[in-house]
Design a protein around this ligand. Sequence first.
Ligand code: DGY
Length: 321
Amino acid sequence: MTKRDVLVMFPARPKTMAQLEAAYTLHRYDEAEDKPAFLAEYGPRCEAIVTNGHAALSRADLDHLPKVKIVCCSSAGFEFIDAEALKDRGIWLTNSSLALCDDVADTALMLALAARRQLVAAHDYVRSGDWGRKGMYPLLSSMKGKRVGIAGIGTIGQAIARRFEPLRVEIGYTARNARDLPWRYFGEVEALAEWADVLVAVVPGGAATERMFDRKVFAALGATGTFVNVARGSVVDEPALIEALSSGTLGSAGLDVFLDEPNPDPALTRLPNVTLYPHHASGTVETRDAMSQTVVDNLAALFAGQPLTSPVYDLPAPSGR
Ligand code: DGY
């Protein structure tokens, strides 16, 4: 039987690539030296794209991909993929939010606790012998009874809220509209920050959310507040964050993502009141395998005429063409 042609713009994990190779004829755009020439030659025969949100896919690229029915993205974020252009052409887009939401939620909780309980500095205090020389580490602030604001309450935001619930905190959130959820709704991120002690950013990246966490938001969160970012560096006005943390307008931050990755601004990374993580919230073997597997499963579902396992939006029912 002839295999369907699939364009690989960003490879999946090795185990997944082996499954894809067995089932499809893969065209390795990711490895091509002359990408425009490769797209012009192989694009017209491809029925699907395997990619990741860090690889760009534009409306113009789609002109070379007339047979594509689905774009399977092994990451949760897809801000460099023109989703509107895909939708306009009736092309499905799938992502991996469901597969990574637990690990990202764990990381948000870890960063919030580590920032507020000064885990890194306290670790150094023990290791350096300062504990013996200087005595008890300064008293810190308890999480119990505090207010945790979650900006963005999709799949991952809800998983984060559920991680915080057992800590006996109050939970609030922002979203376009109030949702049927047991937590307090805020229409604006600044109002959420004003109310919260801990503010977690988990909104999608892209033009609509660029620098939405700015000077006003950090001032509203305040000198005892903690900002946690597991979204994208682009959602933060980073100079404003540096200024707020340096001046003490904002208490602390736990950051998994940065404007400039993998070389974040040293003015940010050298601050004593930041806890840093290298964009690794989903960085476990289990989760990265599961994220990759969504690509295989969605492709198989589409070509079998079955419902997709993790579509980003709805289109008329898929048919196995
Ligand atoms: C995602 O899946 O979007 C994560 O940020 C890893 O890239």
